[in-house]
Design a protein around this ligand. Sequence first.
Ligand SMILES: Cc1ncc(COP(=O)(O)O)c(C=O)c1O
Length: 392
Amino acid sequence: MQLAKRVEALPPYLFARISELIAEQRARGVDVISFGIGDPDLPTPGYILDSLKQAADEPANHRYPETEGLPEFRAAVARWYARRHGVALDSVREIVSLVGSKEGIGHFPLVLVDPGDVVLITDPGYPVYEIGTLFCGGESVKVPLREEDGWLPRLDDVPAEVARRAKLIWLNYPNNPTGAVADLAFFERAVRWARAHDVVIAHDLAYSEVTYDGYVAPSILEVEGARDVAIEFNSLSKAFNMTGWRVGMAVGNATLVDALRRVKSNLDSGVPQAVQQMAITALDGSTEAIAEHNATYVRRRDRVVEVLRALGLRVEPPRASLYVWARLPEGQRSSAAYAQQLVEATGVVVTPGVSYGEAGEGYIRLSLTLADARVEEGLRRLAAFARGERAL
Ligand SMILES: Cc1ncc(COP(=O)(O)O)c(C=O)c1O
């Protein structure tokens, strides 16, 4: 059997090597503590689950949903954008539901990218941007992010020839994996650059609500005229601990939203309506649960930062996202080797920065989505390791 080249070309899944290491340690009887994956440990709030349970009893919700989402769901997204970002969206033309934002992000290049077209991807970055381009036969060109730039891309450094061939650029702030944030002035510059080069911006706002210390994440659509060139992806996953329910949205430029809807209508049949009902409850509800979750993450963040500094890593507390991004101690260069050393000595799993792209080399990422007791046990082991004591 000969699999398609696009499948052969798939890079190994980001966590494949980590999964192997975990399996090896478990086989030795080690209680592995993983700071690897960013999947909230806290449950979906009860009032949101109640609306799912109620909606499940409704026979109308047992049938195929529409790809674009219930009008009521899209209206709730429009209300959310108005309240949260001061952005007025036409819920019919400018909003489409997604089966989680990963689905929309993976499929979106099908809307724009023909074989040979260039897509600009920030490095380090969420791996799905590159995969969507690969599936279309497009060429991903990496735009490096650097610590000294606050992990924002230098768009003016993109060579004119590359910008000319580029159809699309992916941006993601608050950022995975670096935890970096962007202000509206950055998005204004990005929109100006995109207009000048006739490039579409796809902005991934998945971590918009996971913010700390009073920081409020803007939407790119807050920039005047952004919707001429931009589409934004978001989801209920991180804001409301709903990763398991798979519901998100793409909003913005009506032509792009409609094209994505047309592509998707040939691939999926939309988000289960009962899940859309729970999303409406979440979007229209109070922000109390979000504040509670963020207070938990902040507590964990501060403890993680403290212990990583004791280990000799250089780290700033992130103002958003579920991740602490830390620079390896002096003299350590390979993030994979460092992660392996940690898991072998302590049973603690972290993600090597290089898994997110070459520019992530020299860093590791720790997710804040483990129960407090597990965070503390993991940190106890790392602190022991830092003191040169046995951790296990
Ligand atoms: C940057 C970023 N975008 C999008 C997603 C996808 O989230 P979901 O498909 O649950 O909406 C993730 C998930 O970890 C992410 O880190």
